[in-house]
Design a protein around this ligand. Structure first.
Ligand code: ATP
Ligand code: MG
Length: 444
């Protein structure tokens, strides 16, 4: 299968230097080798901007302009608008069953973002659970590579877990994605904050005109302990030098500035003025290309519509496979035919009788699946099925044994899926020893 990239951005404003070094640069580099889908995640943007949905349309346009300006080629890359692919919402709902509340609560990026945002009425469920919808975004396009900034690593890990879980439960349909970090995994903000971020407003945008770039650079946070140009300054962790390292191609100039800064022989103003020059040279061609596309809005809209149509086709293909694997592609045929279908699709249990493995003489008709720990008993014309749930053995279903015993043995209730944690067979054994009556209720 073709190698595929999915990545994206929230249309909460135009894109900035952090996006460029964190992700855009890799997308441009890899667009020739990978089939690339870039998602403008407007549904995700709503999770913390739901009071202002009217801003999305203009922002989607701005983000698309930035993509084209940095060199994403519309002949190769599909720009997809998230809300126009409703299959993403469907997959998100299925994925919600595969993640625990505790796991969501542990996500360090979401925790940090919740702190930054002022959710006066509490954290919306949509925001708190956005890693699940992001997993659906990645999975539906069957991407194997996701170029992202460092803040997104927990999201990719979450997506991997969900995909593994899905594939184990329902059959191998989805692809486990890998994250790819950019040249600068986390570009700090102009305010010295850990991350340049649209929602914080500490950004230099790719489309900013020269005078705005100059103003943002000249007011940047530097070494706060340095009062006079003659004070020795600190280079490490100083965002002005971080930007020099990333955006100034003249390494000799950067080294010289660092040496003079440490020695106290250069002013902050000069260091910043030279940064402005380097940054402006970097941004100039991007700005020009952006303006050219901005003057052809119909062409940009068409690029978005074409990309979204192709993206949706792929999403529809995947969601059909997902429904199929989950056995929710109902055909409402005769029930016995359905049973046979299910038996064919199911991952079979590997039954071992308790008699075989535990030498409990009276329990020869009780079997445990060696993979998933499901327990069944066959007696008096009935199949009973149990699961071990915490410290209890819980009866899940009772049904008559079908004519075809083999089928009946393998398809009862749920399909075999290896659980996340190891099955504690000793525990199951001791529980069965303790309450053998549970398996022998009187049946007529
Ligand atoms: P918002 O504040 O609305 O969340 P954002 O600036 O964080 O906006 P996103 O649209 O959330 O931008 O992120 C899109 C992509 O850009 C992600 O892969 C993210 O990791 C990357 N990215 C964003 N900011 C930076 C940064 N400062 N350094 C490196 N990568 C970044
Ligand atoms: Mg973000």
């Amino acid at each position: 299968m073709a190698r595929r990239i999915l990545t994206g951005d929230r249309p909460t404003g135009p894109l900035h230097l952090g996006h460029y070094v964190g992700s855009l640069q890799n997308r441009v580099k890899l667009q020739n080798e990978y089939e690339t889908y870039v998602l403008i995640a407007d549904v995700q943007a709503l999770t913390d901007n739901f009071e202002h949905p009217e801003k999305l349309e203009a922002n989607i346009f701005e983000v698309a302009l930035d993509y084209l300006a940095v060199g994403l080629d519309p002949a190769k890359v599909r720009i997809v608008v998230q809300s126009m692919v409703p299959e993403l919402a469907e997959l998100t709902i299925y994925f919600m069953n595969l993640v625990t509340v505790a796991t969501l609560e542990r996500n360090p990026t979401v925790k940090e973002e919740i702190k930054q945002r002022n959710f006066t009425k509490g954290v919306p469920v949509g925001f708190w659970s956005y890693p699940i919808s992001q997993a659906a975004d990645i999975a539906i396009f069957k991407a194997d590579l996701v170029p992202v900034g460092e803040d997104q690593l927990p999201m990719i890990e979450q997506a991997r877990e969900i995909v593994r879980r899905f594939n184990r439960l329902y059959g191998k349909v989805l692809i486990e994605p890998r994250a790819m970090l950019g040249a600068m995994a986390r570009l700090p903000g102009t305010d010295g904050g850990a991350k340049m971020s649209k929602s914080i407003g500490n950004c230099i945008y790719l489309g900013d005109p020269p005078d705005v770039v100059r103003k943002r650079v000249m007011t940047m946070y530097t070494d706060p302990k340095r009062i006079h140009p003659t004070d020795p300054g600190t280079v490490e962790g100083n965002p002005v030098f971080t930007y020099h390292d990333v955006f100034n191609p003249d390494k000799a100039e950067v080294d010289e500035l660092k040496a003079r800064y440490r020695a106290g022989t250069v002013s902050d103003t000069e260091v910043k003025a030279r940064l402005y020059r380097a940054l402006n040279a970097f941004l100039e061609p991007i700005r020009a290309k952006r303006e050219a596309y901005a003057n052809r809005p119909d062409q940009v809209r068409q690029i978005i519509l074409d990309g979204t149509r192709k993206g949706r086709e792929l999403a529809q293909e995947t969601i059909a496979q997902v429904r199929n694997a989950m056995s929710i592609n109902y055909s409402f045929t005769h029930s016995r035919d359905r049973t046979m279908d299910r038996a064919r699709n199911a991952l079979s249990h590997v039954w071992k009788t308790v008699h075989e493995i535990m030498t409990v003489p009276s329990t020869g008709n009780i079997a445990i699946c060696w993979f998933c720990g499901a327990i069944r008993s066959l007696r008096n014309g009935k199949v009973r099925e149990f699961t071990v749930d915490g410290r209890n053995i819980r009866e899940v279903t009772t049904r008559p044994i079908f004519v075809d015993d083999e089928t009946s043995a393998n398809i009862i209730g749920f399909d075999c899926a290896v659980p996340d944690s190891n099955i504690d067979l000793d525990y199951i054994e001791s529980t069965i020893r303790g309450i053998p009556e549970a398996f022998y209720p009187s049946v007529d």
